[in-house]
Design a protein around this ligand. Structure first.
Ligand SMILES: [Zn+2]
Length: 321
């Protein structure tokens, strides 16, 4: 364990966590819980802290229909952000993020992980979710749905007709997140939209061959589009085998920087969505320790600031509308 309470001057922006889904499924509260992220632990750790909260559901496990789950997740988001209004606020625009930081609050952004959460009628689903504050959407999670093929499917299925419609309809409203997309879906999306897009919580396939990680060609497209690659701390996405340590996390960061991605590399730790982290990491309270480790390993302050905060902050500030 590498615990570091921090001295409160670190800025941090994270592109993906499953904390709200965990609260819905396992209970607990955003104020304080036994998972990876709670407000009590981040309050004195960061100066500025932005966090994308994913709304996620597994259609196979949802007896009442997956679209109802969106309503329940949104209720949790509303209730938790409301109960902690002095410390956290939902951002619907770049200006919101700046205003919320000025008030020393955590800037929260909502994303959807798996477009089946939109319900039967795609356009109504996008409009409703947008209205409720969702600004980022992943077309698929780990299984094929009406919109796109996931990386988990060996058949490498791409966008469906409905998926193409969704990408075009979401333009200007929601940022597309390709983290769980198959390679075919990734390049289909790149072909039909000029908008910047992100891989909120995926690492480099060159370093660790997991299907959820990005090829160098994919990373280059994200660099060209001025998107984001969020480094994921789930151990199986970091190292092919054996124990996973922060050195290996750093090699993913360095690989993205080496191929020209110093302006797109960020974090999307997958906190509360994964059960195996590097040895030195317990949760959000470990971020200052990761910063110190990377600093000791020779990463300069300019790159550290980009990685921990500026890249994701600038992207969200310019693209959340
Ligand atoms: Zn995920």
């Amino acid at each position: 364990m590498l615990y570091n309470s921090g001295d409160g001057d670190l800025n941090y922006f994270d592109c993906h966590c499953d904390t709200l889904s965990r609260i819905l499924d396992d209970g607990g509260m955003l104020r304080q819980n036994t998972g990876h992220i709670d407000i009590s632990r981040c309050k004195h750790t960061f100066s500025k802290y932005g966090q994308v909260f994913a709304l996620w559901g597994d259609a196979d496990k949802e007896k009442g229909g997956i679209s109802k789950r969106f309503d329940r997740l949104f209720e949790v988001a509303n209730a938790e952000f409301g109960a902690n209004a002095g410390d956290i606020a939902l951002c619907k625009s770049g200006e919101d993020i700046e205003a919320i930081f000025c008030k020393n609050k955590i800037a929260a952004i909502l994303s959807i992980e798996g477009a089946e959460l939109l319900g039967e009628e795609m356009e109504t689903g996008v409009d409703t979710a947008y209205e409720q504050g969702v600004r980022i959407i992943q077309l698929t999670w780990n299984y094929q749905n009406a919109y796109a093929g996931p990386s988990a499917d060996k058949n490498n299925q791409g966008l469906t007709e409905e998926g193409r419609k969704l990408v075009k309809y979401a333009e200007g409203k929601m940022i597309i997140d390709v983290s769980h997309a198959s390679e075919k879906t990734f390049f289909d999306i790149a072909k039909i939209t000029d908008m910047p897009f992100i891989a909120s919580h995926s690492n480099c396939k060159k370093i660790c061959g997991h299907h959820r990680n990005l090829t160098d060609d994919e990373i280059r497209v994200i660099i060209d589009r001025k998107g984001l690659c969020g480094i994921n701390l789930y151990a199986p996405f970091i190292a092919d085998a054996g124990v996973c340590r922060l050195e290996e996390v750093l090699s993913h960061v360095m690989h993205i920087i080496d191929i020209g991605g110093e302006d797109v590399v960020a974090f999307g730790c997958d906190f509360d969505g994964c059960d195996r982290l590097p040895n030195e990491v317990d949760g959000i309270e470990s971020i200052p320790g990761i910063y110190s480790f990377f600093k000791k390993s020779g990463l300069c302050e300019r790159l550290l600031n980009k990685l921990f905060f500026e890249n994701a902050y600038n992207f969200m500030k310019n693209n959340i509308k």
